[in-house]
Design a protein around this ligand. Structure first.
Ligand code: CA
Length: 233
């Protein structure tokens, strides 16, 4: 993987700010902070951060106005709004102003970290991740050209299908739950229960492509009650 992403946390409540710093430093991110809207705006506008976690209610300029000014300046800056308010109007306002996502307080730290990862996956292409994945001597996946050499025959994949395989490969040491695939591969931040069947359909398609006997998979296996796992030799 490339170098770690830089995150700016704009939050005036010290306890929350400190907690967020701890969590993201723990996850290996570079973190900087602003405790008021004016500092938040100038730092976010500097273009040196991959993502900004932006509180709405701030001393000085509020989070919505910061976001609006960033977008008015054509800043492509990734932004996730944080707010104590969670009414539909707030969500709509934040998203219509161009926030990449929106998290209502009190939030689950795990969900927030997953959402940050999902937004960064969309906005920050990983330059140097592995191009080829070898599942065994007969199956070699080309993640860039979306194809695979399987028993010397070429099979093609959609970007989504290859993203699923790549994600499972990156986390091959453990089963990956369907929720996690939806969040990190599809980028869904809400309604996690809604679309788990979509994941199963994609897995079934992938098995027909890469498994000699799809009904009895050797590589793309189900770990009952835990998720999917990609086994390579
Ligand atoms: Ca606040």
């Amino acid at each position: 993987m490339g170098d770690k992403a830089k995150i700016l946390i704009v939050e005036d409540e010290e306890a929350i700010r400190t907690g967020l710093v701890d969590v993201f430093v723990y996850h290996g991110y570079e973190v900087d902070i602003a405790d008021n809207g004016n500092d938040g705006l100038s730092m976010a506008g500097s273009g040196q951060f991959d993502l900004v976690l932006l509180d709405v209610m701030l001393p000085g300029i509020n989070g919505f106005d910061i976001l609006k000014q960033l977008r008015d300046q054509d800043r492509e800056q990734a932004v996730i709004m944080l707010t104590a308010k969670s009414t539909d109007e707030d969500i709509i306002e934040g998203l219509s102003l161009g926030a990449d996502d929106y998290v209502a307080k009190p939030f689950s730290i795990t969900q927030l970290v997953l959402r940050v990862e999902a937004v960064l996956r969309r906005t920050r292409p990983t330059g140097d991740s592995a191009v080829f994945i070898e599942l065994d001597d007969a199956i070699k996946l080309d993640t860039q050209n979306l194809s695979a050499d399987i028993n010397n025959q070429t099979t093609t994949f959609t970007r989504r299908e290859m993203d699923i395989l790549q994600y499972l490969h990156q986390h091959h040491e453990r089963p990956v739950p369907r929720d996690e695939l939806l969040t990190n591969v599809w980028g869904y931040a809400r309604n996690l229960d809604l679309e788990t069947r979509t994941v199963d359909i994609h897995i079934a398609k992938l098995r027909r492509k890469i498994e000699p006997v799809p009904a009895n998979p050797r590589h793309l296996v189900t770990i009952r009650g835990a998720g999917y796992k990609l086994l390579s030799k």
